[in-house]
Design a protein around this ligand. Structure first.
Ligand SMILES: Nc1nc2c(ncn2[C@@H]2O[C@H](COP(=O)(O)OP(=O)(O)OP(=O)(O)O)[C@@H](O)[C@H]2O)c(=O)[nH]1
Ligand SMILES: [Mg+2]
Length: 351
């Protein structure tokens, strides 16, 4: 779940699996060969060979796993993101007093008194240059691409709150303007360590930061109502934050229902395209050359040392019209035939 499938050669998205149990066929397998018991006949009671299967569809695909969470928690390393996840959900992420303690994203489900609850994702801390690959963050930004809301966490003890906010915002913007446009709630964390009189000051700083940002970038930013002073560790101020998240998620989901559902699995004929069965036959310095996608792949799956396999290849080539074309070109037993680089001697009695 959460996997996106892209055809690398067409540079086209094929599917986006967002529901449990959802399936998509991306490359149909080849028909199976018959086993030796199926090939038994009155004259050949115990055949010691079997028919090889036919080649399946071949294509180059890129599968990208993007977690599906409603809310992404972002912030500098050590801000307390994992602590918040563990406080709001039953997830048990690693928490430690040093940066980069989270190495993989963690998910948790926050239960609310009413409604469905929401899924929170805690990703490793972001640092300057994260969108370009510095630190760990850029590997994980894709996991919050499909969240509906971000909780931007800052350490209230930081010396420069505005700079911390700006660093993360810049990285989001560089990674994806869509991500930067998501609504953000700001959680000023570690308020248990702050003298109460500084809290209003910090809130005012964050408000000023977002006001300036809105003027410059026209972004959706945060209003004062969306700024929370909390202690994830001491569980201070968490209920109003969780309530606001739950309400906003509910509103956003409601709005999504009004929008038409985007199509997530696209028409994909290539999944059934077993290759081009057209071929060309020509004669070059006494050698009969066959060129064709399907003919070449049939040769690839044939066991050349086994006469029965070779016979089965012959039958398939005949069904495709390759043998008739060779005969038209004047092939005779003993002649050399080359199919996509494999050389054979055209056998006696094959006609
Ligand atoms: N005093 C105080 N310490 C906190 C609070 N929240 C988290 N911490 C501490 O801050 C440190 C970092 O917390 P984490 O939750 O691991 O931080 P993080 O943002 O997930 O860090 P990375 O995964 O490295 O990005 C830990 O030592 C926590 O105990 C809080 O509300 N008050
Ligand atoms: Mg962490």
């Amino acid at each position: 779940m959460g996997t996106q499938v892209r055809d690398v050669d067409l540079d086209k998205e094929i599917a986006d699996l967002t529901e449990a149990g959802e399936k998509v066929l991306v490359a149909e397998g080849g028909m199976g060969g018959r086993g030796n018991t199926e090939l038994a006949s009155s004259t050949r009671r115990a055949p010691h060979f079997c028919e090889p299967g036919q080649p399946g569809v071949q294509r180059r695909l890129q599968l990208t796993l993007k977690l599906l969470a409603d809310v992404g928690i972002i912030g500098l390393p050590n801000a307390g993101k994992s602590t918040l996840l563990s406080a709001l959900t039953r997830a048990k992420p690693k928490i430690a007093d040093y940066p980069f303690s989270t190495l993989e994203p963690n998910l948790g489900v926050a239960r609310t008194e009413s409604g469905d609850g929401f899924v929170l994702a805690d990703i490793p801390g972001l640092i300057e240059g994260a969108s370009q690959g510095v630190g760990l963050g850029h590997n994980f930004l894709r996991h919050i691409e499909r969240t509906r809301l971000l909780v931007h966490m800052v350490d209230g003890q930081s010396e420069d709150l505005e700079k911390d906010l700006a660093t993360i915002d810049r990285e989001l913007m560089l990674y994806s303007p869509d991500l930067a446009k998501l609504p953000q709630l700001v959680a000023i964390n570690k308020c248990d360590m702050l003298p109460p009189e500084t809290i209003d000051e910090l809130k005012a700083k964050v408000t000023a930061y977002f006001e300036a940002k809105e003027e410059h970038a026209g972004s959706r930013g945060s209003s004062e109502a969306n700024i929370f002073c909390i202690s994830a560790y001491s569980h201070i101020g968490l209920a109003p934050l969780a309530k606001t998240i739950a309400d906003m998620i509910e509103q956003i989901k409601e709005a999504e229902k009004q929008d038409k559902q985007p199509k997530r699995i696209f028409v994909d004929e290539k999944a059934y395209d077993h290759g081009d069965s057209s071929f060309a036959v020509y004669r070059k310095s006494g050698v009969f050359v066959v060129e064709g996608d399907r003919a070449g792949r049939l040769v690839q799956v044939t066991d050349m040392k086994d006469p029965d396999s070779l016979f089965s290849l012959f039958q398939r080539l005949r069904a495709m019209g390759v043998i008739d074309a060779l005969i038209n070109e004047g092939v005779t037993p003993g002649a050399e035939v080359v199919i996509n680089g494999f050389s054979f001697t055209y056998g006696e009695g094959l006609n």
